[in-house]
Design a binder for this molecule. Sequence first.
Ligand code: FAD
Length: 421
Amino acid sequence: MTSGLLIVGGGLAAQRCCEVLRAAGDDRPITIVGAEPVRPYDRPPLSKTVPAGDVCFRPAEWYAERAIELRLGLAACGLEPGRRVVALADGSRLPYDQLLIACGATPRELPALGGFANVQALRTLADAARLASALAGGGPLAVVGAGLIGLEAAATAARMGVEVTVIEAAPRPLAGILGPRAAAWLTALHRACGVVVRTGTTVAAAREGRAGAWAGRAVAPEESGATNVRRLAEPEESGATRVRHVEALELSDGTRVACAHVLVGVGVRPATGWLAGSGLDPAGVLVDEAGRTALPGVFAAGDAACRPDPRTGRPVAGGHWESASREGAAVAAALLGRPARPAGPPSFWSDQHGIRLQCVGDPRDAEEVLAHGDLAGDCFELDHLRDGRITAVLLAGRPPSALRAARARLHVPHIPVRSAA
Ligand code: FAD
């Protein structure tokens, strides 16, 4: 009996791979091992609406009808490529004929904010539920990092009437993506919608609130010696740890931002630490156009996979929905024996304060930016040029169909097909 395809990570790339395989009539056994206790779901709504609602791609029957086994709430913790086996956190081991590494990314942490109960990232459905409950309690919310997720969450919170401050180390929001012109427009948009945007400053320290409670067992009045109150046991009595809360962030410019809750959005890194010792890079798995890694029968796709950056040659992860979807489909095509299609330029979208941003190409290092439309009216297109060629187009307030026309006027540098070995 064949072991079939084992997919580690039940997210977008995994889903797309399954969809393409089954639509093509491929009936090999498929098992998805997912660390979260939930069927594959779509992440973009998590930062755009709170609460996110039903975001699962497919109902449970869809998987059952297609003989796709879901093993949820279970993380992979090791890969033995010689034996074609993946070790799981429950001590079991799963064999595979082909393995797809589609375990996405994990949020980067800020050491200064570690260990506080009211500090979180936003990656999972559980994170979104936690943020929703914090926002329902009012604010203020401090968002550390003016990346896509931080800005979207800030916009969502502001729409709920929550006081929000965004803190960004770079001189402008989305510094890795937007040029100065678009960034100035975006900053003005957030400010007009009530978000305080603080750029060029970092979190120097977290000021801990005095109201921090002790987590652990409550001590009965008679046990504690008190007559009319129950108190929480001191740590030395119960072995409990104190629940720590941040009440203000002290910034490097000497100012202070009061907060009831903190969202940290300072980027992600591939969730591939479990591959240590396997021969693949645990900092992110290098793949070719078809998603093949250097190991036989092992593929990677989505935020866990890296490809060389055409600008620098250094491996970078995609980090966006479109690339994860395309790469999941590309692995399915390879498994079906179909030729790899060129990856095409990167693209993403974002929704902030009711305005859709769309970007295709790489707007970094543009030498010239040509604006079409009305920046004041939040409806425009920015052509980014390098060496006289359009290398990226950023659209604001334009319909999704406008992206197709933008793609057509893009100069795509030739990226040769390469091997992952
Ligand atoms: P994921 O969707 O992250 O799935 C990976 C799964 O693997 C997760 O469920 C994870 O728990 C699981 N996993 C991790 N480690 C293990 C392990 N060891 N064993 C088993 N399972 C494991 N992109 C856009 O272009 N536009 C947007 O507007 C946009 N909005 C976003 C909003 C939010 C809040 C987030 C978090 C992302 C957003 N993205 C957006 C990015 C996009 O959603 C991701 O690029 C995409 O989900 C990546 O898909 P993936 O399959 O690689 O990983």
